[in-house]
Design a protein around this ligand. Structure first.
Ligand code: FAD
Length: 314
């Protein structure tokens, strides 16, 4: 099912929706562990999960395999990330075919980060320069088979700090045929809420899904916020810095901070939270429990889990 329909269903039922991002692990054991974790996290009731695409197509076969397994074996509605620069166009076609055959009907269309060994990205053959080119290409080749999402940047992107210009470019991606937006991680709820208002004022009327990065450890929190140049509200640092060597205290305080941010987002009208799980379940689960969004004996998930055979993947 298309993600936009999943979002509409939740909206109509007056229930908040959640989704989880995973990335392809480097080892076979890591892949098996992740499948087990995906299976367990299925029990938290995500509307969909998504699987990232390695910069330049690195581990792209594994992304395709994971999409196929999640969609057709685990019965999870799955969205495949796909980038369009720094790799041959043939890979774009192969990936779209693999998703199509696996029954996956959702693609997050991206330009792509530069591959690890390069500092900048390069336009690829086939005329792909920006994500909107990929959106158009998928629409031309597959009509409405795929629902297409795109990335949004409430605090600016790596290569462009001009937030207003990025909103203009986001509008172009939506006009090219995308029907939902997932944002980069952030910790400043007020800034995000103002950014959504600006997007709406520019005529971006599709669902905007905030990307939520739970706090696992202090070191990872600092590393990621520095790397992505994410603004950290001063009161967050004041709460986390004194307990930085106590992982359990960081998780507890981090859970409360992230949950409070999510409450503000939901109070502003946001109905779906997208979690960057970093392939780990605990921090996301803690936030969902804090928000009262994790299933419990009183509020079990509504639908039965699909039958899943034992996988035997190693
Ligand atoms: P675009 O929207 O194409 O924008 C890229 C740059 O081009 C921006 O600076 C923009 O302002 C500029 N631009 C766009 N249109 C125009 C125009 N008409 N004229 C001039 N300039 C223009 N990367 C991966 O490699 N794999 C992933 O799986 C992945 N997943 C992601 C998931 C999310 C939710 C997000 C937000 C990002 C993800 N990324 C991923 C990172 C993303 O690929 C990079 O941030 C990349 O640098 C930009 O991708 P984009 O799709 O936003 O590009």
């Amino acid at each position: 099912m298309h993600i936009r329909e999943k979002l509409a269903q939740k909206e109509a039922a007056g229930e908040p929706g959640i989704s989880f991002e995973f990335f392809p692990p480097k080892t076979a054991q890591g892949v098996q562990n992740l499948y087990d974790r995906m299976d367990r996290m299925h029990g938290l009731g995500p509307s969909f999960i998504d699987v990232t695409w390695g910069a330049g197509g690195r581990l792209s076969d594994l992304t395709c395999e994971m999409v196929g397994v999640a969609q057709s074996v685990y019965g999870l509605e799955t969205c495949m990330h796909l980038t369009c620069t720094d790799m041959p166009q043939g890979k774009v076609d192969e990936a779209l075919q693999a998703a199509y055959k696996a029954g996956c009907t959702n693609i997050l269309a991206l330009r792509g980060d530069p591959p690890r060994e390069k500092e900048t990205w390069e336009a690829a053959e086939g005329g792909f320069r920006y994500a909107k080119d990929l959106v158009k290409y998928i629409r031309e080749k597959y009509g409405n088979h795929f629902d297409i999402g795109v990335g949004g940047y409430p605090e600016g992107a790596d290569d462009n700090s001009d937030v207003d210009q990025l909103i203009d470019h986001l509008k172009e991606k939506v006009d090219a045929g995308s029907s939902f937006v997932i944002t980069q991680m952030f910790y400043d709820a007020e800034n995000f809420i103002e950014w959504v208002k600006k997007c709406r004022a520019k005529g971006i009327n599709v669902p905007i899904i905030p990307g939520i990065m739970p706090i696992q450890t202090y070191a990872a929190f600092i590393r990621r916020s520095n790397w992505t140049k994410t603004k950290v509200p001063p009161e967050w640092m004041e709460a986390l810095e004194p307990v930085k060597n106590d992982d359990s205290a960081v998780r507890d305080i981090g859970k409360a901070l992230i949950a409070e941010m999510c409450r503000k987002l939901m109070a502003s009208g946001i109905n779906h939270l997208h979690f960057y799980t970093m392939n780990l379940a605990q921090a996301t689960k803690l936030v969902l429990e804090e928000l009262g969004l994790a299933p419990s004996d009183e509020t079990p998930i509504q639908r039965p889990l699909p039958w899943r055979p034992s996988l035997g993947l190693g």
